[in-house]
Design a protein around this ligand. Structure first.
Ligand SMILES: Nc1ncnc2c1ncn2[C@@H]1O[C@H](COP(=O)(O)OP(=O)(O)OP(=O)(O)O)[C@@H](O)[C@H]1O
Length: 188
C-alpha cells in the first residue's frame, strides 16, 4: 500500500480533487481517522469522523510516538496516528492524508515511505478569488489563509514534493493527479 500525502494552500482545490478521486475509485483509497481534542460537532461519530480524545490522552500518544503527524489549530490538537493509517491499509486501501506543511515536514521526518503531492493555484490572485468565491471564510480568515499560502508555496519551492499539480483547469488538474496516483500505486 502507498501512503499518499496531499498538501497545498487552503483553497488550492485539494478537497475538490479528492472528491473526484473518491467518486471515480470508491474502493481504492481511504482517509485515516484523525485524533482530536476538540469536542464532537452535531452528527460526528467517534471512531468514524474522528477519534475524540482528551488532552491528556493526546499528550500520552505524542509521548509514545504514536502519531505520524500532529498539530494544534485554534487551541485544539489534531493528529494522524500510525494505527489510523494501518487501519486503512488493512482494509486494502491506499491511505490519503490531506495535511498542512507542518504535517508534511513531520511525515518526512518520520522516515515513513510516502508520495508527496503538492496542489497549488495558478497564482495568489486566483487563490484569493477562489477563497472569496467559496464563501466560507470571513475577511480575516481569508487574509490568514493567504499569508499561510505564501509559506506553503515557499516551502514547496524547495523541491520537497514528488509532484506539483497546478490547479488551473480542474479537469486537467484531476487528470494529472489521477495519472500520477495510478502510476505510483502500480495500476497504470
Ligand atoms: N480549477 C478550479 N477552478 C476554479 N475553481 C476551483 C478550481 N478548483 C477548485 N475550485 C474552487 O475553489 C474553492 C477552494 O477549493 P477547495 O475547497 O477544494 O480547496 P482546498 O484546497 O480543499 O481548501 P482547504 O485546505 O481550505 O480545505 C472551492 O470553492 C472550489 O470549488
Amino acid at each position: 500500500m502507498v501512503l499518499l500525502v496531499l498538501s497545498g494552500p487552503s483553497g488550492a482545490g485539494k478537497s475538490t480533487l479528492l472528491k473526484k478521486l473518491f467518486a471515480e475509485f470508491p474502493d481504492k483509497f481511504g482517509f485515516s481517522v484523525s485524533h482530536t481534542t476538540r469536542g464532537p460537532r452535531g452528527g460526528e461519530a467517534d471512531g468514524k469522523d474522528y477519534h475524540f480524545t482528551t488532552a491528556q490522552n493526546f499528550a500520552d500518544l505524542v509521548a509514545s510516538n504514536s502519531f505520524l503527524e500532529h498539530a494544534t489549530y485554534a487551541g485544539n490538537s489534531y493528529g494522524t496516528s500510525l494505527k489510523a493509517v494501518e487501519d486503512v491499509e488493512k482494509a486494502g486501501r491506499h491511505c490519503i492524508l490531506d495535511i498542512e506543511m507542518e504535517g508534511v515536514k513531520q511525515v518526512k521526518a518520520s522516515g515513513r515511505a510516502a508520495k508527496f503531492i503538492f496542489v497549488r493555484p495558478p497564482s495568489l490572485e486566483i487563490l484569493e478569488e477562489r477563497l472569496r468565491g467559496r464563501g466560507s471564510d470571513k475577511e480575516e480568515a481569508i487574509q490568514k489563509r493567504l499569508n499561510q499560502a505564501k509559506n506553503e508555496l515557499d516551502y514547496a519551492a524547495g523541491g520537497v514534493h514528488d509532484i506539483t499539480i497546478i490547479n488551473d483547469d480542474i479537469e486537467k488538474a484531476y487528470g494529472e493527479l489521477k495519472k500520477y496516483i495510478l502510476e505510483v500505486i502500480g495500476e497504470q
